[in-house]
Design a protein. Structure first.
Length: 145
């Protein structure tokens, strides 16, 4: 009887490992191929899909105190949204919860817009405190000085 258990337990353990490996591969494959068509942001009253912005503008890498961040340069997105004088405005970054932060054009010029599954849309600014790195970003409101 013990001999049967000694054979069955390793076989069951290997089956569990194989199922775990296959599940992990499946999850990562779907995550990497995820379509971002349902991810939108409102900028200056206009709605843009993250895919649209990502296809239109080349990603850049910025260095922050939290490491390198790769994203779409905000200094390209703002004029694209119809702002004629970007330096004449301040920009309020509004999250899907009530959290928001306001930044100036000099800050926007250094920032990037990113997407990941943990933070959804997020902005990073290498020259500002982490409190300005708004995540679950839904809107960039443009306000004249």
């Amino acid at each position: 009887m013990n001999l049967g258990k000694e054979k069955i337990i390793p076989i069951l353990a290997m089956a569990v490992l194989i199922i775990g490996i296959i599940s992990t591969i499946y999850v990562y494959a779907n995550e990497n191929s995820e379509e971002l068509t349902g991810i939108y942001i409102i900028i200056n009253g206009n709605q843009y899909s993250f895919n649209e912005l990502n296809e239109k503008f080349q990603n850049i890498t910025i260095e922050t105190d939290d490491g390198e961040k790769i994203g779409i340069p905000l200094e390209k997105i703002i004029p694209f949204s119809g702002i004629d004088c970007p330096s004449c405005n301040k920009y309020t970054l509004i999250a899907s919860d009530p959290y928001q932060q306001t930044v100036l054009w000099k800050d926007v010029k250094t920032g990037v817009l990113t997407y990941d599954t943990k933070y959804n849309l997020r902005v990073y600014f290498p020259n500002l405190a982490h409190t300005f790195w708004v995540y679950n970003l839904k809107e960039i409101e443009v306000n004249k000085f």
